[in-house]
Unconditional design. Structure first.
Length: 363
């Protein structure tokens, strides 16, 4: 694919720029399209966005422009329209299209024949979310889905071509195994209710005596609205000697030394960036059996536990604490092998090259 002018529109720069968006930044860098690509985000400011991406290991230096649209939704839409008119891109990629306001751009005639909608939230396949998106989907050039389970819904909703992204991937050079310590980790950029950090602490409290006896420690990494309450919970449960909260830590700085990573968020873990990074680092993963998490499952490196069940999570941790060094070594090799086979970037690069080419052909 030759150099193509792409405008990537992402809502909510401050609060919503998560793993899925960061994966796409890496794909665009890999494609080589970024010599003439523009990242346009709603809310926040460009320096904040650059900083948060750099902290997450995402390089945006090759983007010709990185701009944040401030103000209310209508002003953001007006700013996006002005930039599209100025730049005349080959593709307008509206990411997280169900989140107001950028999906509405497809309702405008100049946008329809070159718009790619990426739908990355399961809620938009249900009820109100789906109905809000329906006219946008019918007018877009192409629809990209993150969740395979939503394919039938969106195919029935619109005659627009619908495809499913290959899922997650990780940087296999950045995330590598290292000598392991007896650590179990909960790693999140944002400590919010959906990530379910309280469940992690409740499970740790149930097996804390075993952890003390066997020399294990827990890490609860991240910052956000629940941080103060979680620190208070640690004190109430008398876990200060077992659980550390270092704040936000870049995943590649902590995960290589971890033996067990817990991904227990509500609504499902697929296609969890953290799970892919943990596997690449040779970790064992305990994940709640919700949504489409099973699509990432392999018994060589992962165990699915019932959702909202701290006793089941604690029982799994207790069993793992009894494994020998030889068993841990086999897990590390198997997890890394699974990551190299299933979480490589090339499938996503090929997918988006093809989708961008097809979208641009309709302009």
């Amino acid at each position: 694919m030759g150099v193509m002018k792409i405008i990537l529109l992402v809502p909510g720069a401050r609060s919503r720029f998560g793993g899925a968006q960061r994966r796409l930044i890496r794909v665009l860098n890999k494609i080589g399209a970024t010599d003439d690509a523009i990242l346009l985000a709603g809310g926040g400011n460009a320096e904040e966005l650059r900083g948060s991406l750099a902290m997450a290991g995402c390089d945006v230096s090759h983007f010709r422009r990185v701009k944040c649209l401030e103000g209310p939704a209508l002003l953001q839409l007006a700013g996006a329209l002005a930039l599209v008119a100025e730049e005349r891109p080959d593709v307008i990629h509206i990411y997280d299209a169900g989140r107001f306001p950028f999906g509405l751009l497809t309702l405008l005639k100049p946008m329809r024949r070159r718009s790619l909608l990426s739908i990355v939230d399961m809620r938009y396949g249900l009820g109100i979310g789906g109905r809000f998106l329906a006219p946008c989907c019918r007018l877009a050039t192409h629809i990209d889905l993150l969740y395979p389970g939503q394919l039938a819904f969106y195919e029935s909703l619109s005659p627009t071509p619908v495809t499913v992204t290959p899922g997650t991937f990780t940087d296999l050079e950045l995330f590598k195994p290292a000598p392991k310590r007896n650590l179990v980790a909960f790693v999140a950029a944002r400590l919010v209710e959906q990530k379910n950090p309280r469940l992690f602490l409740e499970a740790i409290s149930l097996c804390a005596d075993e952890m003390r006896a066997r020399g294990w420690q827990a890490l609860l990494c991240g910052k956000g609205e629940q941080e103060a309450a979680l620190r208070a919970q640690i004190a109430i449960l008398n876990l200060d000697d077992v659980v550390s909260m270092p704040g936000y830590v870049a995943t590649h700085e902590v995960m290589p030394a971890v033996r067990v990573m817990c991904s227990v968020q509500r609504g499902g873990n697929y296609p969890s960036q953290a799970v892919a990074e943990a596997a690449a680092c040779g970790c064992y993963v305990l994940a709640t059996d919700e949504g489409e998490t099973y699509r990432m499952f392999d018994p060589s490196y992962m165990e699915l536990v019932p959702p909202d069940n701290p006793a089941a999570l604690a029982a799994a941790l207790t069993r793992l604490m009894h494994l020998s060094e030889e068993e841990w070594a086999r897990i590390a090799v198997a997890a890394r092998a699974w990551a190299e086979k299933n979480f490589d970037m090339e499938a996503s690069v090929a997918y988006f090259k093809d989708v961008y080419r097809k979208t641009a052909a309709h302009a």
